[in-house]
Design a protein around this ligand. Structure first.
Ligand SMILES: C[S@@+](CC[C@H](N)C(=O)[O-])C[C@H]1O[C@@H](n2cnc3c(N)ncnc32)[C@H](O)[C@@H]1O
Length: 326
């Protein structure tokens, strides 16, 4: 379970308490419908202070969970990577800065670039009491994603849940701009077929620029998933807070945030030779794994009890884990 840091969770509760629940609920309904629509935005989707608070209440715990899962996986693939600087582009209320600071205590200087003043205001208030100095001291810059503007220059550049809001024709330029002076770049999108297609296109750009895929792919070759037939995505489980449950009118105590992602770096990572791309199917005495490997997709690879430690590893394995085919 990806739990929000206590300092973020309590700051978020305080901020949400400033708005009547009915107003937050209205905004959540409008924002959910807008994000489901999925097309690029012609004006900022977060149009008011209450929209920003509603976004932070109902989406920030989930985007934090997804970004945290992505960055933790990248950290496990590149154990020597200890970023000092991060730029989070389209950072909203700062979920990716909080997630990065949890994964890499080495971070000393974070910057959020964001177009909506209200999101910057709320992000600053949430970060003011953060335990991590890097989060507390984050620089918040109001501005646009702009490939003609200054290139983001940092050890880590993040772009989470933003690509889909940008006009499709400009996305390749944005990806090249993000990667031009980044040590490592992490792109995260909703785990939908459309979100995955955006990540697949961005990944191809990054590889063409000479970056190495750190995760999730076990290789830098062409993605073997046939467009339209399937999509590569993962899930992060997170608890719902009391207010979050009320906002989302859900009954479960948890939710699964689905996401698609790519992390790429100038340094060659330690790559596994396979990744588990679906929930393992656990049968009596054997486990079936759907794998993406250095040799392409391998659906339904059987690992039987006779394989001893390998079988025990398969029984404990989860969707999204790396895997050794040897
Ligand atoms: C869905 S929110 C994601 C926020 C944050 N990255 C997260 O993961 O929670 C998209 C954010 O991107 C910002 N954004 C979208 N287009 C932008 C642009 N052209 N320039 C700057 N920010 C932009 C929006 O204002 C919004 O805060």
């Amino acid at each position: 379970m990806a739990v929000l840091p206590d300092d973020l969770s309590s700051a978020l509760d305080d901020e949400l308490g400033k708005h009547p629940l009915a107003r937050l609920t209205q905004s959540v309904d409008r924002l959910s419908a807008r994000y489901r629509q999925g097309d690029a935005a012609t004006s900022p989707i977060l149009g008011s202070e209450v929209d920003v608070a509603a976004y932070a209440g109902y989406r920030m715990p989930a985007t934090f969970a997804a970004v945290h899962a992505v960055l933790a996986e990248a950290a496990s693939r590149a154990p020597g990577f200890a970023p000092r600087t991060q730029i989070d582009v389209g950072g909203g209320t700062g979920a990716a800065v909080w997630a990065a600071a949890e994964v890499w205590p080495s971070l000393a200087q974070c910057t959020v670039l964001e177009q909506v003043a209200g999101a910057i205001g709320l992000g600053k208030r949430l970060a003011a009491g953060a335990g991590h100095a890097a989060v507390r001291d984050t620089q918040w810059r109001r501005g646009l994603v702009d490939p003609a503007g200054p290139t983001p220059e940092a050890d880590l550049v993040t772009l989470s849940y933003v690509l889909g809001e940008l006009p499709e024709a400009g996305r390749p330029d944005v990806v090249r701009w993000l990667a031009a002076k980044a040590g490592t770049v992490a792109l995260i999108e909703p785990g939908t077929p459309a979100g995955f297609e955006r990540i697949r296109a961005a990944r191809a750009e990054l590889v063409e620029l000479g970056l190495h895929v750190v995760a999730p792919c076990p290789h830098d070759g062409a993605c073997p998933i046939v467009a339209g037939a399937d999509w590569c995505h993962f899930a992060a489980r997170l608890p719902r807070s009391g207010l979050h449950r009320r906002l989302k009118a859900g009954t479960l105590g948890f939710e699964d945030e689905k996401f698609a992602y790519v992390v790429a770096s100038r340094q060659a990572p330690e790559r596994p030779d396979a990744r588990i791309i679906r929930h393992p199917k656990k049968h009596k005495g054997w486990v079936a794994l759907d794998l993406c490997t250095t040799d392409g997709l391998k659906p339904g690879v059987a690992v039987s009890k006779k394989q001893g430690p390998k079988y025990r590893a398969a029984r404990d394995a989860e969707w999204g884990d790396s895997w050794s085919t040897n």
